[in-house]
Design a protein around this ligand. Structure first.
Ligand code: NAD
Ligand code: UFG
Length: 340
Protein backbone atom coordinates (compact mmCIF):
# COMPACT_ATOMS: atom_id res chain seq x y z
CA UNK A 1 0.00 0.00 0.00
CA UNK A 2 1.02 3.60 -0.42
CA UNK A 3 0.67 5.24 2.97
CA UNK A 4 0.78 8.92 3.89
CA UNK A 5 2.41 9.09 7.33
CA UNK A 6 1.67 12.42 9.00
CA UNK A 7 4.16 13.21 11.76
CA UNK A 8 6.40 10.59 10.15
CA UNK A 9 9.58 12.45 11.14
CA UNK A 10 8.75 12.05 14.84
CA UNK A 11 9.64 9.39 17.39
CA UNK A 12 6.94 6.79 16.74
CA UNK A 13 6.53 7.84 13.09
CA UNK A 14 10.15 7.11 12.08
CA UNK A 15 10.09 3.66 13.70
CA UNK A 16 6.77 2.86 12.04
CA UNK A 17 8.03 4.00 8.62
CA UNK A 18 10.93 1.55 8.89
CA UNK A 19 8.61 -1.38 9.65
CA UNK A 20 6.18 -0.39 6.86
CA UNK A 21 9.05 -0.11 4.36
CA UNK A 22 10.44 -3.49 5.47
CA UNK A 23 7.02 -4.99 4.80
CA UNK A 24 6.96 -3.62 1.25
CA UNK A 25 4.72 -0.59 1.70
CA UNK A 26 5.45 2.76 0.12
CA UNK A 27 5.70 5.65 2.56
CA UNK A 28 5.06 9.37 2.07
CA UNK A 29 6.01 11.47 5.11
CA UNK A 30 4.23 14.75 5.82
CA UNK A 31 5.67 16.65 8.78
CA UNK A 32 6.06 20.35 9.55
CA UNK A 33 9.12 19.57 11.74
CA UNK A 34 7.66 21.49 14.70
CA UNK A 35 8.99 18.71 16.95
CA UNK A 36 11.44 16.84 14.72
CA UNK A 37 14.39 17.33 12.40
CA UNK A 38 15.00 16.57 8.72
CA UNK A 39 17.90 14.26 9.60
CA UNK A 40 15.33 11.86 11.11
CA UNK A 41 13.90 11.39 7.61
CA UNK A 42 17.43 10.88 6.25
CA UNK A 43 17.95 8.12 8.82
CA UNK A 44 14.72 6.42 7.74
CA UNK A 45 16.06 6.40 4.18
CA UNK A 46 19.45 5.15 5.38
CA UNK A 47 18.04 2.32 7.53
CA UNK A 48 15.48 1.17 4.99
CA UNK A 49 17.68 1.66 1.93
CA UNK A 50 14.56 2.99 0.24
CA UNK A 51 13.45 6.23 -1.24
CA UNK A 52 10.91 7.97 0.95
CA UNK A 53 8.99 11.02 -0.23
CA UNK A 54 9.02 13.81 2.35
CA UNK A 55 6.88 16.95 2.40
CA UNK A 56 7.66 19.61 4.99
CA UNK A 57 4.06 20.74 5.32
CA UNK A 58 1.50 21.43 8.02
CA UNK A 59 -1.37 18.94 8.01
CA UNK A 60 -3.71 21.83 8.92
CA UNK A 61 -2.92 23.34 5.49
CA UNK A 62 -5.70 21.95 3.30
CA UNK A 63 -4.27 23.20 0.01
CA UNK A 64 -0.86 21.65 0.72
CA UNK A 65 -2.53 18.35 1.68
CA UNK A 66 -4.63 18.37 -1.50
CA UNK A 67 -1.50 18.87 -3.57
CA UNK A 68 0.16 15.91 -1.84
CA UNK A 69 -2.87 13.64 -2.26
CA UNK A 70 -3.21 14.68 -5.92
CA UNK A 71 0.40 13.80 -6.61
CA UNK A 72 0.83 10.72 -4.43
CA UNK A 73 -2.60 9.04 -4.66
CA UNK A 74 -2.27 7.22 -1.30
CA UNK A 75 -4.30 4.15 -0.29
CA UNK A 76 -4.18 4.88 3.45
CA UNK A 77 -3.07 7.34 6.07
CA UNK A 78 -1.40 6.94 9.46
CA UNK A 79 -2.00 10.11 11.46
CA UNK A 80 0.76 10.66 14.03
CA UNK A 81 1.00 14.45 13.61
CA UNK A 82 0.08 16.21 16.81
CA UNK A 83 1.39 18.10 19.79
CA UNK A 84 1.84 15.87 22.83
CA UNK A 85 3.29 17.67 25.85
CA UNK A 86 0.88 17.40 28.77
CA UNK A 87 2.10 20.50 30.71
CA UNK A 88 2.35 22.66 27.60
CA UNK A 89 -1.23 21.74 26.68
CA UNK A 90 -2.41 23.11 30.03
CA UNK A 91 -0.65 26.42 29.31
CA UNK A 92 -1.58 26.61 25.61
CA UNK A 93 -4.93 24.84 25.22
CA UNK A 94 -5.97 26.71 22.05
CA UNK A 95 -2.77 25.73 20.27
CA UNK A 96 -3.39 22.08 21.15
CA UNK A 97 -7.04 22.10 20.07
CA UNK A 98 -6.19 24.00 16.87
CA UNK A 99 -3.30 21.77 15.87
CA UNK A 100 -4.57 18.35 16.93
CA UNK A 101 -8.24 18.76 15.99
CA UNK A 102 -7.52 21.06 13.02
CA UNK A 103 -5.03 18.64 11.43
CA UNK A 104 -7.46 15.73 11.82
CA UNK A 105 -10.45 17.61 10.39
CA UNK A 106 -8.40 18.81 7.41
CA UNK A 107 -6.96 15.35 6.84
CA UNK A 108 -10.31 13.56 6.91
CA UNK A 109 -11.83 16.21 4.62
CA UNK A 110 -9.01 15.77 2.09
CA UNK A 111 -9.24 11.97 2.38
CA UNK A 112 -12.94 12.26 1.53
CA UNK A 113 -12.25 14.49 -1.47
CA UNK A 114 -9.71 12.01 -2.85
CA UNK A 115 -11.64 8.84 -1.99
CA UNK A 116 -9.10 7.59 0.58
CA UNK A 117 -10.99 5.47 3.10
CA UNK A 118 -8.36 4.07 5.46
CA UNK A 119 -6.85 5.77 8.50
CA UNK A 120 -4.89 4.68 11.55
CA UNK A 121 -4.97 7.23 14.36
CA UNK A 122 -2.53 7.64 17.27
CA UNK A 123 -4.68 7.68 20.37
CA UNK A 124 -3.49 7.28 23.92
CA UNK A 125 -4.20 5.43 27.14
CA UNK A 126 -4.85 8.87 28.56
CA UNK A 127 -8.43 8.61 27.14
CA UNK A 128 -9.27 6.08 29.89
CA UNK A 129 -8.83 8.67 32.65
CA UNK A 130 -9.54 7.27 36.12
CA UNK A 131 -13.01 5.86 35.46
CA UNK A 132 -12.00 2.19 35.57
CA UNK A 133 -9.23 0.14 37.15
CA UNK A 134 -6.54 -1.66 35.12
CA UNK A 135 -6.18 -3.84 33.18
CA UNK A 136 -7.89 -1.37 30.84
CA UNK A 137 -10.09 -2.79 28.11
CA UNK A 138 -11.13 -1.02 24.92
CA UNK A 139 -14.82 -1.17 25.90
CA UNK A 140 -14.24 0.71 29.18
CA UNK A 141 -16.46 3.72 29.80
CA UNK A 142 -14.56 6.89 28.89
CA UNK A 143 -14.65 10.18 30.79
CA UNK A 144 -16.01 13.38 29.19
CA UNK A 145 -12.61 14.96 29.33
CA UNK A 146 -9.08 13.82 30.12
CA UNK A 147 -6.67 15.08 32.79
CA UNK A 148 -5.28 17.75 30.42
CA UNK A 149 -6.19 19.44 27.11
CA UNK A 150 -3.74 17.17 25.25
CA UNK A 151 -5.62 14.11 26.45
CA UNK A 152 -8.96 15.74 25.70
CA UNK A 153 -7.86 16.28 22.07
CA UNK A 154 -7.40 12.50 21.83
CA UNK A 155 -10.88 11.86 23.26
CA UNK A 156 -12.39 14.44 20.88
CA UNK A 157 -10.58 13.09 17.81
CA UNK A 158 -11.72 9.56 18.66
CA UNK A 159 -15.29 10.89 18.80
CA UNK A 160 -14.92 12.74 15.47
CA UNK A 161 -13.69 9.56 13.78
CA UNK A 162 -16.45 7.48 15.39
CA UNK A 163 -19.13 9.93 14.19
CA UNK A 164 -17.60 10.05 10.71
CA UNK A 165 -17.55 6.25 10.54
CA UNK A 166 -21.26 6.13 11.44
CA UNK A 167 -22.02 8.48 8.56
CA UNK A 168 -19.75 6.68 6.06
CA UNK A 169 -20.14 2.92 6.04
CA UNK A 170 -17.13 2.36 3.81
CA UNK A 171 -14.76 4.36 6.05
CA UNK A 172 -12.12 2.31 7.89
CA UNK A 173 -10.54 3.82 10.99
CA UNK A 174 -8.25 2.03 13.44
CA UNK A 175 -7.78 3.93 16.70
CA UNK A 176 -4.66 2.73 18.49
CA UNK A 177 -4.42 3.58 22.18
CA UNK A 178 -0.74 3.57 23.03
CA UNK A 179 0.43 2.99 26.57
CA UNK A 180 3.96 4.26 27.35
CA UNK A 181 6.32 4.02 24.36
CA UNK A 182 10.01 3.58 25.26
CA UNK A 183 13.11 2.32 23.44
CA UNK A 184 14.69 2.91 20.08
CA UNK A 185 15.62 1.13 16.87
CA UNK A 186 18.32 -1.45 17.60
CA UNK A 187 20.73 0.29 15.17
CA UNK A 188 20.93 3.27 17.53
CA UNK A 189 20.32 5.55 14.53
CA UNK A 190 16.80 6.73 15.45
CA UNK A 191 15.18 7.28 18.81
CA UNK A 192 13.33 9.78 20.98
CA UNK A 193 14.76 13.31 20.84
CA UNK A 194 12.76 15.50 23.20
CA UNK A 195 13.23 19.27 23.01
CA UNK A 196 14.34 20.89 26.27
CA UNK A 197 13.92 19.16 29.62
CA UNK A 198 12.19 15.80 29.09
CA UNK A 199 8.72 15.43 30.62
CA UNK A 200 8.69 11.67 30.40
CA UNK A 201 10.42 9.13 32.59
CA UNK A 202 12.65 7.20 30.17
CA UNK A 203 14.16 10.23 28.35
CA UNK A 204 14.85 11.88 31.71
CA UNK A 205 16.62 8.76 32.99
CA UNK A 206 18.64 8.45 29.77
CA UNK A 207 19.81 12.05 29.96
CA UNK A 208 20.81 11.44 33.59
CA UNK A 209 22.88 8.42 32.49
CA UNK A 210 24.85 10.51 29.95
CA UNK A 211 25.33 13.33 32.47
CA UNK A 212 23.00 15.90 30.91
CA UNK A 213 20.82 15.85 34.09
CA UNK A 214 22.06 15.56 37.68
CA UNK A 215 19.48 13.15 38.98
CA UNK A 216 16.03 11.74 38.35
CA UNK A 217 13.18 13.33 40.30
CA UNK A 218 10.77 10.57 41.26
CA UNK A 219 7.31 12.11 41.42
CA UNK A 220 5.85 10.62 44.60
CA UNK A 221 6.46 7.38 46.52
CA UNK A 222 3.27 7.41 48.55
CA UNK A 223 0.91 5.88 45.97
CA UNK A 224 -1.06 2.73 46.82
CA UNK A 225 1.35 0.48 44.88
CA UNK A 226 3.87 -2.09 46.23
CA UNK A 227 6.82 0.36 46.30
CA UNK A 228 4.73 3.55 46.44
CA UNK A 229 5.68 4.77 42.92
CA UNK A 230 3.34 4.84 39.93
CA UNK A 231 2.93 1.84 37.64
CA UNK A 232 2.79 2.13 33.84
CA UNK A 233 2.71 -0.23 30.87
CA UNK A 234 5.95 0.52 28.98
CA UNK A 235 6.04 -0.74 25.41
CA UNK A 236 9.03 -0.90 23.05
CA UNK A 237 8.58 1.55 20.17
CA UNK A 238 9.44 -1.15 17.62
CA UNK A 239 6.63 -3.37 18.99
CA UNK A 240 4.37 -0.33 18.73
CA UNK A 241 5.49 0.23 15.13
CA UNK A 242 4.66 -3.40 14.32
CA UNK A 243 1.20 -2.83 15.81
CA UNK A 244 0.63 -0.18 13.13
CA UNK A 245 1.72 -2.53 10.36
CA UNK A 246 -0.73 -5.12 11.77
CA UNK A 247 -3.50 -2.50 11.74
CA UNK A 248 -2.75 -1.61 8.10
CA UNK A 249 -3.29 -5.30 7.19
CA UNK A 250 -6.95 -4.83 8.13
CA UNK A 251 -7.25 -2.46 5.15
CA UNK A 252 -6.03 -5.13 2.75
CA UNK A 253 -9.07 -7.30 3.50
CA UNK A 254 -12.67 -6.15 3.12
CA UNK A 255 -13.69 -3.03 5.04
CA UNK A 256 -12.94 -3.20 8.75
CA UNK A 257 -15.05 -0.19 9.78
CA UNK A 258 -14.07 1.47 13.04
CA UNK A 259 -11.81 -0.54 15.33
CA UNK A 260 -10.11 0.33 18.62
CA UNK A 261 -7.07 -1.46 20.04
CA UNK A 262 -4.81 -1.00 23.02
CA UNK A 263 -1.11 -1.25 22.23
CA UNK A 264 0.71 -2.16 25.42
CA UNK A 265 2.36 -5.21 26.95
CA UNK A 266 -0.26 -5.89 29.61
CA UNK A 267 2.40 -5.70 32.33
CA UNK A 268 3.02 -2.71 34.56
CA UNK A 269 6.33 -1.56 36.06
CA UNK A 270 6.81 1.00 38.80
CA UNK A 271 9.07 4.05 38.46
CA UNK A 272 11.59 2.37 40.80
CA UNK A 273 11.54 -0.84 38.73
CA UNK A 274 12.19 1.13 35.56
CA UNK A 275 15.03 3.00 37.24
CA UNK A 276 16.56 -0.29 38.38
CA UNK A 277 16.28 -1.79 34.89
CA UNK A 278 18.02 1.25 33.39
CA UNK A 279 20.75 1.06 36.06
CA UNK A 280 21.41 -2.57 35.20
CA UNK A 281 21.46 -1.88 31.47
CA UNK A 282 23.77 1.12 31.96
CA UNK A 283 26.02 -0.73 34.42
CA UNK A 284 25.97 2.23 36.79
CA UNK A 285 23.95 3.68 39.65
CA UNK A 286 21.56 6.40 38.51
CA UNK A 287 21.15 9.16 41.08
CA UNK A 288 17.59 10.02 42.09
CA UNK A 289 15.62 11.97 44.64
CA UNK A 290 12.04 11.46 45.80
CA UNK A 291 9.91 14.55 45.11
CA UNK A 292 6.23 15.27 45.59
CA UNK A 293 3.50 13.89 43.36
CA UNK A 294 2.99 15.37 39.88
CA UNK A 295 -0.51 16.72 39.18
CA UNK A 296 -2.74 14.41 37.19
CA UNK A 297 -0.68 11.20 37.61
CA UNK A 298 -2.71 8.04 38.20
CA UNK A 299 -1.27 5.37 40.54
CA UNK A 300 -1.55 2.58 38.02
CA UNK A 301 -2.21 2.10 34.30
CA UNK A 302 -1.75 -0.97 32.15
CA UNK A 303 -3.51 -2.52 29.22
CA UNK A 304 -5.59 -5.56 28.54
CA UNK A 305 -4.03 -6.46 25.17
CA UNK A 306 -6.16 -9.48 24.32
CA UNK A 307 -8.18 -7.73 21.61
CA UNK A 308 -5.12 -6.76 19.54
CA UNK A 309 -3.82 -10.31 19.92
CA UNK A 310 -7.07 -11.91 18.76
CA UNK A 311 -7.98 -9.52 15.95
CA UNK A 312 -4.62 -8.21 14.72
CA UNK A 313 -2.48 -11.20 15.62
CA UNK A 314 -0.17 -8.74 17.33
CA UNK A 315 1.62 -9.04 20.66
CA UNK A 316 4.47 -6.99 22.10
CA UNK A 317 7.61 -9.15 22.10
CA UNK A 318 10.31 -6.98 23.63
CA UNK A 319 11.14 -6.82 27.33
CA UNK A 320 11.81 -3.89 29.65
CA UNK A 321 15.48 -4.82 29.41
CA UNK A 322 15.34 -4.50 25.59
CA UNK A 323 13.75 -1.07 26.00
CA UNK A 324 16.56 0.07 28.32
CA UNK A 325 19.42 -1.38 26.25
CA UNK A 326 18.09 0.05 22.98
CA UNK A 327 17.30 3.47 24.50
CA UNK A 328 20.78 3.71 25.98
CA UNK A 329 22.46 2.72 22.73
CA UNK A 330 20.59 5.55 20.95
CA UNK A 331 21.31 8.04 23.74
CA UNK A 332 25.01 7.21 23.96
CA UNK A 333 25.54 7.25 20.20
CA UNK A 334 23.56 10.50 19.91
CA UNK A 335 23.95 12.41 23.19
CA UNK A 336 22.45 15.48 21.51
CA UNK A 337 19.71 13.54 19.74
CA UNK A 338 19.51 14.47 16.07
CA UNK A 339 21.57 17.60 16.80
CA UNK A 340 20.79 21.11 15.61
P1 NAD B 1 6.61 13.37 18.06
O1 NAD B 1 6.44 14.78 18.51
O2 NAD B 1 7.98 12.81 18.06
O3 NAD B 1 6.00 13.21 16.59
C1 NAD B 1 4.91 13.98 16.14
C2 NAD B 1 5.32 14.61 14.82
O4 NAD B 1 4.23 15.38 14.31
C3 NAD B 1 6.51 15.57 14.96
O5 NAD B 1 7.51 15.20 14.03
C4 NAD B 1 5.93 16.94 14.63
O6 NAD B 1 6.86 17.76 13.97
C5 NAD B 1 4.74 16.57 13.76
N1 NAD B 1 3.61 17.51 13.75
C6 NAD B 1 2.93 18.02 14.80
N2 NAD B 1 1.92 18.80 14.36
C7 NAD B 1 1.97 18.78 13.01
C8 NAD B 1 1.19 19.38 11.98
N3 NAD B 1 0.15 20.18 12.26
N4 NAD B 1 1.52 19.14 10.70
C9 NAD B 1 2.59 18.34 10.39
N5 NAD B 1 3.35 17.75 11.30
C10 NAD B 1 3.04 17.97 12.60
O7 NAD B 1 5.62 12.47 18.93
P2 NAD B 1 5.48 10.88 19.01
O8 NAD B 1 5.88 10.48 20.36
O9 NAD B 1 6.09 10.25 17.84
O10 NAD B 1 3.91 10.75 18.94
C11 NAD B 1 3.21 10.50 17.74
C12 NAD B 1 1.72 10.50 18.01
O11 NAD B 1 1.44 9.52 19.01
C13 NAD B 1 1.18 11.82 18.56
O12 NAD B 1 -0.10 12.04 18.02
C14 NAD B 1 1.09 11.56 20.04
O13 NAD B 1 0.11 12.36 20.66
C15 NAD B 1 0.70 10.10 20.07
N6 NAD B 1 1.06 9.44 21.35
C16 NAD B 1 2.34 9.50 21.79
C17 NAD B 1 2.67 8.93 23.03
C18 NAD B 1 4.06 9.01 23.55
O14 NAD B 1 4.24 8.82 24.76
N7 NAD B 1 5.09 9.26 22.75
C19 NAD B 1 1.66 8.28 23.78
C20 NAD B 1 0.37 8.21 23.27
C21 NAD B 1 0.07 8.80 22.04
N1 UFG C 1 8.00 10.31 36.33
C1 UFG C 1 8.92 10.63 37.31
N2 UFG C 1 9.90 11.53 37.01
C2 UFG C 1 10.01 12.11 35.78
C3 UFG C 1 9.06 11.77 34.78
C4 UFG C 1 8.06 10.87 35.10
O1 UFG C 1 8.85 10.13 38.42
O2 UFG C 1 10.92 12.93 35.57
C5 UFG C 1 6.95 9.32 36.64
C6 UFG C 1 5.56 9.88 36.51
O3 UFG C 1 5.15 10.50 37.69
C7 UFG C 1 4.76 8.63 36.17
C8 UFG C 1 5.76 7.77 35.38
O4 UFG C 1 7.04 8.28 35.70
O5 UFG C 1 4.44 7.97 37.33
C9 UFG C 1 5.55 7.82 33.89
O6 UFG C 1 5.52 9.18 33.49
P1 UFG C 1 5.62 9.64 31.97
O7 UFG C 1 5.53 11.14 31.93
O8 UFG C 1 6.78 9.00 31.31
O9 UFG C 1 4.33 8.98 31.31
P2 UFG C 1 2.79 9.22 31.65
O10 UFG C 1 2.23 7.88 31.96
O11 UFG C 1 2.55 10.29 32.60
O12 UFG C 1 2.27 9.83 30.27
C10 UFG C 1 2.27 9.11 29.09
C11 UFG C 1 2.46 10.01 27.88
C12 UFG C 1 1.27 10.90 27.69
C13 UFG C 1 0.00 10.13 27.73
C14 UFG C 1 -0.08 9.27 28.96
C15 UFG C 1 -1.26 8.38 28.93
O13 UFG C 1 3.61 10.80 28.00
O14 UFG C 1 1.39 11.51 26.41
O15 UFG C 1 1.07 8.44 29.04
O16 UFG C 1 -1.33 7.58 30.05
F1 UFG C 1 -1.06 10.96 27.70
Amino acid sequence: MKIVVTGGAGYIGTHTCIVLLEQGHEVVIVDNLCNSKPVAVERVRELSGKDVAFYEKDVCDGEAMREIFRKEKPDAVIHFAGLKAVGESVEQPLRYYENNLGSTLTLVRVMEEFGVKNIVFSSSATVYGDVENPPLREDAALPNHAACPYGTTKLMIEQILKDYAVAHEDFNAVLLRYFNPVGAHESGRIGEDPAGIPNNLAPYIMQTVVGKRDKLHVFGNDYPTPDGTCIRDYIHVVDLAEGHAAAVKLFEKDGCGLRIYNLGTGKGYSVMEVLKAFSEAAGQEIPYVIDGRRDGDLPESYADCSKAKEELGWVAKKSLQDMCVDSLRWQRQNPDGFGE
